[in-house]
Design a protein around this ligand. Structure first.
Ligand code: TRP
Ligand code: ZN
Ligand code: CA
Length: 443
């Protein structure tokens, strides 16, 4: 068994429904469950060019230099940083939202970016904090996480990625004042929205000049994703313990969202054993410029920044592009005949869908078998559980052929899958008649 398959099985623990259980639940008496197709492979993640990440950091450094040397909450360098990141995301096709809050008498903002598409009921979110301390430009803390996350978001756009899950990215304000922005974001998310976030990944300090490779251990499957990535590079990792819970993942974790993330070390001292496995200097801090004016664009280790940026991409691709829900090939069918009155009222035939997590697919297959002597008389609609109607076929005075035996495709991706679906058929012209023989939905 490949590593990838093992990983996938671990990940189903954080998804709502596995392919197997969905197929089993789908096998209610009114429905016949086809064997689920094998899970689609995840799409391979790209290598993130560290030069691009560094170019963002050069810009953040320039912003700090032009604004009294920092990018802190309540200072002009913060808003300029936000404008820079937002501009890149907007140009790449993201839907961006600025969320305003007030802290310590100053206005702050979170920046949220959604990549259009994916299953809105399964969100993979990645984030970093966008503010620095007032003492300096905050290039490692947390320009590094800001730039790495930004470049991965831009890589999603360059790849034209169409993930199974919905991708969201966040840049939070006022982390250095006590995770104010991320607390505000989480507290203002309705509980229903919160529960749709399958994972929040946090990247706070990923380019420390004397780096370590620390992986958050808050959630096993998410920890495994990162460990698997570093294993492919032959880089040993350790569990992150330096001030556990001291960054923006903490409010998500408190709200019950599975969290993960990476950290290359702050003011703790690198041990001899750590220098042995990671290189660098033992007896010195991972980041001697932590929260100081010297946290500039010179305060970076390019290899750590590169490896960690690639790790972000690996996690985002792996967590969002696999098949977790729903399995294809689960069939729900109604074979009871329903007479269609001549030039009369519409009739319906129902199919109850259950055990399918999330929404219906964008190409929902609607198999229709209607016996009729003049199919041009017929208007056929699919009615979703909430009553939304999808026109499958119009009437036609010139289509004199008989039966309708075909498969229509409806874009039902905005409909919750589970519930009672109806095929609605109306005969709108006199003389010819018929009946619904059977129809089925294939998820
Ligand atoms: N921005 C964090 C802080 O100033 C940096 C930090 C320290 C950190 N320890 C951490 C980030 C552990 C993640 C995990 O507190
Ligand atoms: Zn930080
Ligand atoms: Ca008729």
């Amino acid at each position: 068994m490949s590593t990838r398959l093992t990983l996938r099985h671990a990940l189903t623990a954080i998804g709502a429904v596995t392919a197997l259980s969905a197929a089993l639940i789908g096998a209610s008496p009114a429905a016949t469950a086809a064997a689920p197709a094998a899970p689609a492979p995840t799409v391979a993640a790209p290598d993130i060019p560290v030069a691009n990440v560094k170019a963002h950091l050069t810009q953040l450094q320039s912003i700090a230099t032009a604004n009294s040397g920092n990018r802190a909450h309540g200072r002009p360098g913060y808003k300029a940083s936000l404008d820079y990141v937002k501009g890149k995301l907007d140009a790449a096709g993201y839907t961006t939202t600025i969320q305003q809050f007030t802290s310590s008498g100053a206005t702050g903002w979170n920046l949220i970016a959604d990549w259009p598409g994916g299953d809105a009921n399964h969100v993979v979110m990645s984030g970093a904090h966008l503010d620095s301390v007032t003492a300096g430009p905050g290039i490692n803390d947390d320009g590094s996480g800001t730039a790495g996350t930004l470049e991965v978001a831009l890589a999603v756009s360059r790849a034209g990625l169409q993930p199974t899950k919905h991708l969201r990215f966040g840049w939070f304000g006022a982390e250095e004042l006590g995770m104010i922005g991320s607390k505000y974001y989480v507290n203002n998310l309705p509980a229903a929205e919160r529960s749709k976030i399958d994972a929040y990944l946090n990247f706070d300090m990923i380019g420390s000049p004397n780096p370590g490779y620390f992986v958050y251990d808050d959630n096993g499957p998410l920890e495994t994703v990162f460990k698997d990535f570093f294993a492919t590079r032959g880089i040993p990792t350790e569990i992150e313990t330096e001030g556990d819970g001291r960054s923006d993942h903490a409010p998500f974790k408190s709200a019950g969202v599975p969290v993960g993330g990476l950290f290359s070390g702050a003011d703790y001292t690198k041990t001899a054993a750590q220098a042995q496995k990671w290189g660098g200097t033992s007896g010195q801090a991972f980041d001697a410029c932590y929260h100081r004016s010297c946290d500039t664009s010179a305060n970076l280790n390019d290899s750590a920044l590169d490896n960690n940026s690639d790790a972000i991409a690996y996690a985002v691709w792996n967590l969002s592009t696999g098949t977790t829900t729903p399995p294809t090939g689960t069939v729900f069918e109604n074979t009871t005949d329903v007479a269609i009155p001549d030039a009369g009222a519409a009739v319906t035939s129902s199919v109850t869908v259950s055990g399918i997590a999330g929404n219906a697919p964008s190409a929902l297959q609607v198999g229709v078998d209607i016996v009729h002597t003049y199919r041009g008389d017929l208007v056929i609609d699919l009615v979703a559980p909430d009553g939304s109607t999808y026109r499958l076929k119009n009437s036609s005075g010139s289509d004199s052929a008989g039966n309708v035996v075909t498969t229509y495709t409806a874009n039902a991706s905005s409909e919750v899958a589970n519930g009672v679906w109806k095929l609605k058929v109306q005969d709108v012209a006199r003389v010819d008649t018929g009946y619904i023989n059977s129809w089925k939905l294939t998820f």
